[in-house]
Design a protein around this ligand. Structure first.
Ligand code: IPM
Ligand code: MN
Length: 367
């Protein structure tokens, strides 16, 4: 029997509640499919920080490095200054474990959850590959004359050829694999180029950020001939924001840098039904990856059994898929689609028509 050791950081606020449902559903599919999940719980987060002053000890990073997967509920505590936990736990793990991809599937499960007029599940189904280790998040920069009227703050975007190439390679491979055997939708233009099955769109700002995105654009063009089935497109980030609202059906796979990826995936989360369903993976294909619901710790809902656990459950599905249990991941997604379309009234906290635990039970029962 296959068995997987998974590190679990439930985290702050409602993080542990939604994590519990994600683990419950994962257990249920594991029992059905004949594999075993061994959870290893870690208590990093705001409460521990307030108690001990420690965010993430160095030894913890090395301990977490031994796992192939980490499941993260949420970090963010109302009594802790913003940035401490986000940088000290989430970003530190992304960087130190070289999770260089942030993978964000954007899939609408039911038309009524989409704020866009006349758009349904057939229109909102794409995936964003966000570079996750560089760009403006690298922390390069500094102050001059801090605290004086002449103060200067500089925040630089770091783009290495190695970092950009490995991100692009992941995106090209995903585009090739994701739609293998299917005809290319050919939606953005009339051109339905023979032999192309997927479209990969580079999202940048080549008209203004003429160093960073020149590098991205050249690397993109140089890699493209190796992927004959992938049709390449380029769009500026501001235009992408317009098209997400007007023509989300134009997109298959989008690749972009860290900051633009952060911004466009929040917009994308809204058109797929909100933070109640949006999940993501921080991927190191050769090392330790970390899966999380997109929403924060929503502390005001803590302990009320009202938060939507579906995003957390979707993150667990991504994790199982990553671990090699693709069928189990797909089964969870299908169960989520089923209960959204037959039971759940709204995806918003407190409006589901069920409690957090009950939604977890419904998904487990629908497997
Ligand atoms: C995300 C979040 C994080 C980010 C924050 C919490 C640091 O917004 O995962 O998108 O900016 O990457
Ligand atoms: Mn974000």
């Amino acid at each position: 029997m296959n068995s997987y050791d998974i590190a679990v950081i439930g985290g702050d606020g409602t993080g542990p509640e939604v994590t519990k449902e994600a683990l419950k559903v994962s257990e249920a599919i594991a029992a059905k499919s004949g594999f075993k999940l061994n959870w290893h719980h870690f208590d990093f987060g705001g409460d521990r920080y307030l108690r001990t002053g420690e965010v993430l000890p160095d030894s913890a990073v090395d301990e977490l490095r031994k796992f192939k997967a980490i499941y993260l509920g949420a970090v963010g505590h109302p009594q802790v200054k913003p940035g401490i936990l986000e940088k000290g736990i989430l970003l530190r793990l992304r960087f130190e474990l070289e999770q260089y991809i942030n993978l964000r599937p954007v899939k609408l499960f039911r038309s009524q959850d989409c704020p866009l007029k006349d758009k349904g599940p057939e229109h909102v189904d794409f995936i964003v590959v966000r570079e996750n280790n560089e760009g403006l998040y690298a922390g390069a920069g500094g102050y001059l004359f801090k605290g004086t009227p002449n103060e200067v703050a500089i925040q630089e975007s770091v783009n290495t050829r190695r970092g950009v190439d490995r991100c692009l390679k992941y995106a090209f491979e995903l585009a090739k694999k994701q739609r293998a055997g299917k005809p290319w939708k050919g939606l953005k233009s009339e051109d339905t180029s023979a032999g192309k099955t997927a479209q990969l769109t580079l999202c940048g700002k080549t008209n203004v950020l003429t160093y960073a995105f020149d590098l991205w654009f050249r690397a993109f063009q140089e890699m493209s001939p190796k992927y004959s089935t992938v049709k390449t497109e380029y769009a500026h980030v501001d235009a992408i924001c317009m098209w997400f609202v007007k023509n989300p059906e134009w997109f298959d796979v989008i690749v972009t840098d860290n900051m633009f990826g952060d911004i466009i995936t929040d917009l994308a989360a809204m058109i797929q039904g909100g933070l109640g369903v949006a999940a993501g993976g921080n991927i190191n294909p050769e090392g330790t990856s970390m899966f999380e619901p997109m929403g924060g710790s929503a502390p005001k809902y803590t302990g009320q059994n009202v938060i939507n656990p579906l995003a957390a459950i979707n993150a667990a599905a991504m994790m199982l898929d990553f671990l090699g249990e693709a069928k189990a991941g797909a089964a969870i997604e299908n169960a989520v689609i089923k209960i959204i379309n037959t039971k759940v009234q709204s995806l918003a906290a407190g409006k589901m028509g069920f409690g957090t635990r009950e939604v977890g039970d419904l998904v487990a029962a629908a497997l």
